[in-house]
Design a protein around this ligand. Structure first.
Ligand SMILES: [Zn+2]
Length: 587
């Protein structure tokens, strides 16, 4: 066993999967399991399921699943050795350097090197800001923005001096390190060879992930020159569309207050933290994406978005409503008065004024409708423009009571009859196809399922999982004739191969024996469903399976005999069939 494998076992013995996943996804109890909104695909009704008993997760929507390492790798985008290492650190399990495939190793090493050079750069920029004469202009600038030293240090702000190669020279001659600094986006390669500094004459905002690693940087100019902000380009560890600035510090406060605060800029996050409003995060100079919203909804049931009052701010507000609705995260909107942004507002009016605005903030939906109506003259054209904008968003809502509530509100606000809106909505929906999403998962998981909904394949699988001893009765029969799903046949084969007198040591043995991903998915789903049988009914069920196997087997044999023109065989088999039927009646 490699050291990664032994560390894996130790971690599994101390870390609970509900605890690990619960830090990133809001889970609630449903029967034996926990369910929540899947962090890996867009959904408004939970199909993401975590089983404490089996220490696994599975999403009935996108079919992602596995153990806690699989979750860690998928959620944080790490390799297996990294996941082991990080979870080991969290649970105080010691782990020696792991043995892993060379491809995994290379990837992990690459990322490790990027993190390392980022950390080095972060310290370099910090030192320039706090200690060097070159940092003077930035220190003055930050003083002017009224940021406390505590916040500057906590967020590890720095300064990239006014030079083309100050940081390049700092890195020295080590060519691997220079190369990694270029991969990290800190250096830019010159056409004629060599490198120069990407960040120059800018205040530096390190961007830190939830694992306290510096993944990239934002740099802001001190004057009015352009571009005002410069970010690390996409790198092996930096993905703008999913990262939120300040989340590593805001995380706890967001969980505690049940509400995230989304602002536009780095300085806004810092100013709010400075004024003890720690649940603020910002996008990295991009519009809010569905990945951002999906991430936030793992931590809190609602998010309040603070928009700047300028045109760009309004446009951003309009675009964000569908994201919130699609992801099922409750959204509220604050628009600041005058020309304020959160930074200037909180400095001018104080934290309690901002808290007031946040408390009173209306829903993003109302805000959306008002925005669309503002500047319009209440004409028929204006109204139909609003309907055109808002109805498609409502049409995608799967929560019917929520939908009717919004339709009513829209009808009241714009003075168009509800009936008319419903007709329009139905017309819209007719044009689109509804996905095959799973309804009422929580009920399904909580209560023993109604058998009729499941095929014979699923019944067979259910029997193997919940009554593996009893299922041994089928071992020597041609049970395959029962099934139409190849992945369940695969599970059955591995099951009968590996199931010994003492049973399985764990379901993991079964999982690792499966070759196809489809079969592993099926098994995870099967493991999460409650038993269709009870101790009283299982024997009867086995008998029924045996009878069905026999019957199907006979029919197939008869068919084969017919195809081969084997008259004698046909007669014998038909006789057998008739006897079987007579016996069946006699029972
Ligand atoms: Zn999913």
């Amino acid at each position: 066993m490699g050291s990664n494998e032994s560390a894996k076992e130790t971690i599994k013995s101390v870390a609970d999967i509900v605890d690990v996943i619960g830090q990133f996804v809001q889970l609630r109890k449903a029967g034996q399991n926990y369910i929540g909104l899947c962090p890996f695909h867009t959904e408004k009704e939970p199909s993401f399921t975590v089983s404490p008993a089996k220490q696994m997760f599975h999403c009935f929507g996108c079919k992602k699943g596995g153990d806690l390492f699989a979750f860690w790798m998928e959620y944080h985008g790490t390799t297996f050795p990294e996941a082991v290492k990080e979870l080991a650190a969290r649970y105080n399990v010691s782990v020696s350097e792991g043995v892993s495939s060379s491809e995994e190793k290379r990837k992990a090493e690459y990322r490790k090197a990027v993190f390392k050079v980022n950390e080095l750069a972060c310290r370099f920029f910090q030192k320039v800001l706090l200690e060097e004469a070159e940092g003077n202009p930035a220190r003055k600038y930050l003083e002017g923005r009224a940021l406390s030293v505590g916040t500057i240090e906590k967020f590890r702000l720095g300064y990239a001096p006014d030079s083309w190669d100050r940081f390049t020279r700092f890195l020295g001659k080590d060519s691997w390190r220079l190369k990694m600094a270029a991969v990290a986006g800190l250096l830019v390669e010159r056409e004629g060879g060599g490198f120069y500094d990407r960040f120059r004459k800018r205040v530096i905002f390190p961007i830190v992930n939830l694992r306290d690693q510096v993944v990239g940087f934002g740099g802001r100019v001190l004057d009015a020159s352009l571009p005002k902000y410069l970010n690390t380009p996409e790198s092996p560890v930096f993905h703008k569309g999913t990262l939120l600035y300040g989340l590593n510090y805001a995380f706890d406060a967001i969980r505690k207050t049940g509400s995230a605060l989304v602002v536009e800029g780095y300085m806004d996050v810092l100013a709010l933290h400075d004024h003890e409003i720690p649940e603020a995060v910002a996008t990295l100079g991009t519009a809010l994406t569905d990945a951002h919203v999906r991430r936030l909804k793992g931590y809190a049931p609602e998010a309040v978005v603070i928009f700047d009052s300028d045109e760009a701010g309004k446009k951003a507000a309009l675009k964000s409503l569908p994201l919130f609705m699609n992801e099922g995260l409750k959204g509220r909107a604050v628009v600041l008065p005058g020309d304020h942004d959160p930074d200037s507002f909180v400095n001018a009016q104080g934290a309690s004024s901002l808290r007031d605005l946040i408390r009173k903030a209306g829903s993003l939906f109302d805000f959306h409708v008002e925005m669309n109506l503002s500047g319009m003259d209440g004409s028929v054209e204006a109204k139909s423009a609003v309907i055109k904008e808002v109805l498609p968003v409502l049409g995608r809502l799967r929560n019917v009571s929520q939908q009717s509530l919004y339709v009513r509100r829209l009808s009241e606000r714009i003075g168009v009859k509800e009936n008319f809106l419903w007709v329009e909505l139905k017309n819209l929906q007719r044009g689109t196809t509804g996905g095959s999403e799973i309804q009422g998962l929580s009920e399904r998981l909580a209560k023993p399922a109604v058998e009729k909904r499941f095929s014979r394949d699923l019944h067979f699988l259910n029997l193997l999982i919940h009554y593996p001893e009893a299922a041994q009765g089928l071992r020597n029969l041609p049970w395959q004739v029962l099934l139409s799903d190849a992945s369940i046949i695969e599970i059955g084969e591995v099951f009968f191969q590996h199931y010994g007198p003492g049973g399985f040591s764990s379901m993991e043995d079964l999982t690792s024996g499966l070759a196809s991903e489809k079969a592993r998915e099926q098994l995870r789903e099967g493991l999460l469903l409650p038993s269709f049988y009870s101790d009283q009914t299982v024997d009867l069920a086995i008998e029924e399976f045996e009878r069905k196997i026999h019957q199907l087997h006979l029919s197939r044999s008869i068919q084969k005999a017919r195809e081969q023109g084997d008259l004698e065989g046909i007669n014998r088999l038909l006789k057998e069939k008739a006897e079987g039927l007579a016996q069946g009646i006699g029972h």
